[in-house]
Design a protein around this ligand. Structure first.
Ligand code: GLU
Length: 465
């Protein structure tokens, strides 16, 4: 049984790199009928926060990366948390074991110089006495001479000279286990078969392997996925732009497009637009690119646009509502007229790449007096504006059959007849009706607005100017 885990430390948001690791772990588990586990590594009590944990958990759920086991919380699986496992005393027996076989010792530190070890002992009584006298005490794993060699599924044979490592702190002076120790105990107890994680952990692996060996445990398969880089080939960071899953969500990327793009960062498929969850069978750990992937913000936007056009309209509306409730900070009462909303979204989604821009495009369709952009105001100051609006209003109100074709014919005919530049005429109408210079196609927009709204809007603007 394949068992993999995603083990974030809740010391910040979920980075796209972490989300991609989680996705690949998840796909690998599903492909093999295995289990995907979420373990929150919160033993760094100073840096871990509940807030980060919640946002990581939320973001994983948003990506559709749900986990297959964990403590029961109200009928759902919660994540495992190392802090809770500390409380349960899960790590202590293995600390004791390492000390008893003399592979780990209590390190007693100088009271002033916290870096200076004044004594090493295998006796817990002695360590306790020192603690009572106010000394800091850690438990350190002894690194033995020699080499640590392992096979990495992405990197091939890895060889580390142990002399490059100091003894490894496994229990901090506050009694909490360190990452390198807790991760080994948990991966062993949780029967993890494959540790698939980011390349940034590569130098931790020999340390962990030494601990596995000292405890007489079987090693999992290790795979370190190359990092995601920014366009300048340095690891993707805030310098390049947003890097958190929540940033992209707020930016108006749909989860489908996001997961699609994550998969492109290393999966190695030719096809660009696809749903990774439907292609699980095709996924192969061994085929993940051995080279780092470059994160391309505009490509992600483009992919999102493709999804927005391809998805059933109802789904677009659902995604939009979820986004708008959080980001547009308004009640969505303006979407009440479902039929109208559907028409509006159908023409707007053709032109936009994000939910945010979809909001900017669609919103003006729903307000009686759309907000006017600065540029739009300028255009309405044009001398010919009142005339344009006047004739358009008069002619459109007389139009019998309200179809895109008739609207277009009529407007073109007026421009010709009145000898108004088409470009100017269209611009004036566009900004008068929607307050913006960039909108869905003018004739479709007028059609969707409908006769009554169009005439009403034209009248209001005419009065205003
Ligand atoms: N907790 C570690 C981190 O968030 C990851 C541990 C691992 O995957 O082994 O970087």
């Amino acid at each position: 049984m394949i068992r993999v885990r995603f083990a974030p430390s809740p010391t910040g948001y979920l980075h796209v790199g972490g989300a991609r690791t989680a996705l690949f772990d998840w796909l690998f588990a599903k492909k093999n009928g295995g289990k995907f586990i979420l373990r929150i590594e919160d033993t760094d009590t100073e840096r871990s926060t509940k807030e980060s944990e919640h946002s990581i958990v939320n973001d994983l759920k948003w990506c559709g990366l749900t986990w297959d086991e964990g403590p029961d919380v109200g009928g759902e699986y919660g994540p495992y948390r190392q802090s809770e496992r500390v409380e349960k005393g899960i790590y202590q027996p293995y600390v004791d074991k390492l000390v008893s076989i003399q592979r780990a010792y209590y390190a007693i530190y100088d009271k002033e110089d916290m870096k200076k070890i004044v004594k090493k002992t295998f006796s817990s009584q002695e360590a306790t006495l020192y603690k009572e006298k106010g000394h800091s005490v850690t438990v350190n794993f002894m690194v033995e001479e020699g080499k640590t060699i392992f096979h990495d599924l992405a990197k091939g044979k890895m060889e580390f000279d142990n002399s490059t490592f100091d003894d490894i702190v496994i229990v901090k002076s506050n009694g909490y286990p360190t990452y390198n120790f807790a991760v080994v105990v948990d991966d062993h107890l949780m029967k993890i078969t494959h540790v698939v994680r980011g390349e940034d952990h590569l130098t931790n692996t020999p340390k962990q392997i030494m601990i596995y060996k000292a405890l007489g445990w079987k090693l999992p398969v290790f795979m370190h996925i190359p990092l995601i880089l920014g366009p300048d080939k340095s690891p993707l960071s805030k310098r390049h732009g947003g890097t958190s899953v929540s940033y992209f969500r707020n930016y108006g990327i749909t989860s489908k497009a996001f997961v699609n793009y994550l998969a492109l960062l290393g999966w190695g498929r030719k096809e660009e637009i696809f749903d990774p969850f439907k292609e699980i069978k095709e996924f192969e750990l061994e085929k993940i690119s051995k080279k780092p992937s470059i994160f391309d913000y505009s490509k992600l936007e483009w992919i999102n646009g493709q999804h927005l056009r391809k998805m059933p309209l109802d789904e677009v509306m659902e995604e939009f509502k979820k986004w708008a409730l959080i980001n547009a900070k308004e009640s969505l009462s303006w979407l009440e007229d479902e039929e109208y909303a559907q028409k509006v979204f159908e023409i707007c989604r053709q032109k936009v790449n994000t939910l945010k821009v979809l909001y900017e495009f669609s919103y003006p369709f729903f307000c009686e007096e759309p907000p006017f952009e600065e540029k739009a105001r300028e255009i309405l100051k044009n001398e010919c504006a009142p005339k344009c609006l006047g004739i358009a209003k008069e002619n459109l109100s007389k139009l019998d059959e309200w179809s895109i074709e008739n609207i277009e014919d009529k407007i073109r005919e007026i421009a010709l007849r009145e000898d108004i530049s088409k470009k100017k005429f269209f611009q004036v109408l566009r900004v008068a009706l929607l307050g913006k210079t960039v909108t869905p196609g003018l004739f479709e927009s007028i059609y969707v607005l409908g006769k009554a709204r169009t005439i009403q809007r034209l009248s209001i603007v005419m009065k205003r100017i």
